[in-house]
Design a protein around this ligand. Structure first.
Ligand SMILES: [Zn+2]
Length: 486
């Protein structure tokens, strides 16, 4: 039976169902069955961040363990991370696929005028859930889909977010050794089937701390990088000993790079504007300024052309490329130092020899990236990716549907060995700010399917039961209810 459109309503309906994107929902982690991943071999993924590991450190001294991973898997030569290139914003971008203006962790030090609260890495404010709940980290999405996750010290991973902690996690404690963190992660992956984690995040504070203290140009950094490489070797050995090395996909990356600072390159704000006119919210190299009530233009005018090594932006004029404007936690004035320069109120404060936070297109600000495991190609080098693309890639590996994000799987699909058997969408939804597209899409899908179903029933009943044509008046309601079984 052919309809006017050239196919039967049943075939059309089937084709429509195949073409429609699945509704965006976090509740879709495949549990086996049609996914092709039985519960026994559900995909596993470990995301490791060595804080402040600049992309070129692996070329500076012998780093055999990094190179093994690259030879056995993939590397990306240039990873453009997110602005500002600070620790908290970038670690949250890695697990949400969102720019800072959308996930809401816009800096390591923030002020939220709506909450009238301040956030600081130095205080317990980081444990307040509301700071984190403008986004949903991957571990929460996986758990809501029925999976399990583990976290060792990753920023935000010991905070209850949307009602959940990771299934297993270590409360932040900088004195816990890397080896202990690894041992816990290995234990979580090795647990009995119902207890084992599917996804884990692992964080280590180096080489960031040494990079700040010594400056990346210091020859003393060589030993720090060698030590990181040995730590990576420890991890891969432990994975091998536990029989996990060929099962667990391993991604090794970082939040940002590091650049050398110079004591001559200091911009002292006190020379240009009185401290009585503003509040200093976040520190160099991207300084967030909250002018006092009614003092915005005065502060801006005093700073705008004050120093050629400092860009001064009103919030609404922050360049679009930074995706750093549309959030109440971004302050009315942003000062951005040129690379290698430091903005201070005066020289009496502590001075570091290395720093990050600058423009995310600077090579010095960009992190390392290498990955291996059953999901990844082997011995493959990719030229460029954005760190927000990692989130849809991880969702694909884990067979979990991504939430709306700023990344694109198609940008990084070539890193994967093959398209895994999964019901996850091949093109994840993207957002620019907040998006209601998934909700609207799901609603339209339901309406269209119901519409086709109604048309199909009408055609079948009209053609196969000619006598019903005389009951056209009832077709719209009683017939469908009474005679659907026909
Ligand atoms: Zn960092």
């Amino acid at each position: 039976m052919l309809g006017r459109g050239g196919c039967s309503p049943l075939v059309c309906l089937g084709a429509l169902l195949l073409l429609l994107p699945p509704p965006v929902s976090p509740h879709s982690l495949n549990q086996g069955g049609s996914s092709g991943h039985g519960a026994k071999d559900r995909p596993k993924l470990l995301l490791l961040s060595f804080d402040g590991f600049r992309w070129d450190y692996i070329h500076r001294v012998p780093t055999p363990n990094f190179h093994s991973i690259m030879d056995e898997g993939v590397m990306v030569e240039q990873v453009e991370n997110t602005y500002i290139t600070k620790t908290f914003p970038n670690h949250y971008s890695l697990v949400t696929g969102l720019y800072a203006e959308t996930h809401g962790i816009v800096a390591n030090e923030m002020y939220d005028p709506a909450l009238n609260r301040s956030f600081s890495m130095e205080t317990d404010s980081i444990y307040e859930s509301r700071w984190w709940e403008e986004a949903v980290p991957l571990w929460v999405t996986i758990q809501k889909a029925g999976g399990r996750s583990g976290a060792a010290m990753w920023p935000g991973s010991d905070v209850k977010i949307h009602g959940l902690y990771p299934s297993q996690f270590l409360p932040y404690n900088a004195s816990v050794s890397f080896e202990t963190r690894v041992e816990r992660i290995i234990g979580w992956f090795s647990a009995p089937k119902e207890e084992a984690v599917d996804f884990a995040v692992l964080y280590w504070e180096e080489p960031d701390e040494s990079g700040h203290l010594l400056g990346p140009q210091s020859s003393l950094m060589d030993a720090v990088i060698v030590d990181i490489d040995e730590k990576l070797g420890f991890l891969t050995n432990e994975l091998k000993k536990a029989g996990l090395y060929e099962k667990v996909n391993l991604i090794v990356t970082s939040d940002h790079g590091m650049t050398q600072l110079f004591t001559d390159n200091i911009i002292e704000l006190d020379e240009y504007v009185s401290r009585d006119l503003y509040t200093w919210v976040d520190k160099s190299p991207v300084v967030a300024i909250l002018p006092n009530e009614g003092k915005l233009d005065e502060v801006y005018n005093k700073l705008a052309d004050a120093n050629p090594n400092m860009e001064v932006h009103k919030k609404e004029e922050i360049p679009e490329q930074f995706h750093y404007q549309h959030n109440i936690r971004i302050m009315p004035i942003i000062l951005e130092a040129k690379e290698g320069w430091t903005i201070m109120q005066n020289r009496t404060g502590p001075f570091m020899l290395g720093n990050h936070g600058y423009d995310n297109t600077l090579r010095s600000m960009q992190p390392v990236f290498a990955a291996r495991g059953p999901a990844f190609r082997q011995n493959y080098v990719k030229t460029f990716m954005r760190s927000v693309d990692l989130y849809p890639l991880m969702c694909q590996i884990l067979s979990v549907r991504p939430l709306p994000n700023n990344g694109s799987l198609s940008n990084v699909q070539d890193l994967l060995s093959a398209e895994p058997a999964t019901s996850a969408p091949s093109v994840p939804p993207r957002v620019s700010g907040y998006s209601y597209a998934p909700v609207v899409g799901s609603f339209l899908s339901v309406v269209m399917v119901l519409g086709f179903f109604v048309v199909y029933v009408r055609e079948v009943t009209l053609k196969q039961l000619p006598s019903l044509k005389h009951r056209r008046r009832e077709m719209s309601q009683p017939l469908l209810q009474e005679d659907l079984h026909l």
